[in-house]
Design a protein around this ligand. Sequence first.
Ligand code: SF4
Length: 61
Amino acid sequence: MNEMKKNSNIKCTVAQCRNNMVTEDYCCLDCIHVGTHEADPTVPECVDCNSFVRRTDGIMD
Ligand code: SF4
């Protein structure tokens, strides 16, 4: 079983992501890759966490 270690520097509420701590709103990766799907991003909705991995262990289902 993988040890999930909270990264206090990366706050995240995306519980559907395998890298999320879930019990607290933090990411467990050492670093994440943030990008955009827009040509000219203007608001927060334009940017994405590209380190997202869909949770498949059923915890959130
Ligand atoms: S990888 Fe991105 S979406 Fe997933 S928990 Fe970390 S910050 Fe959140």
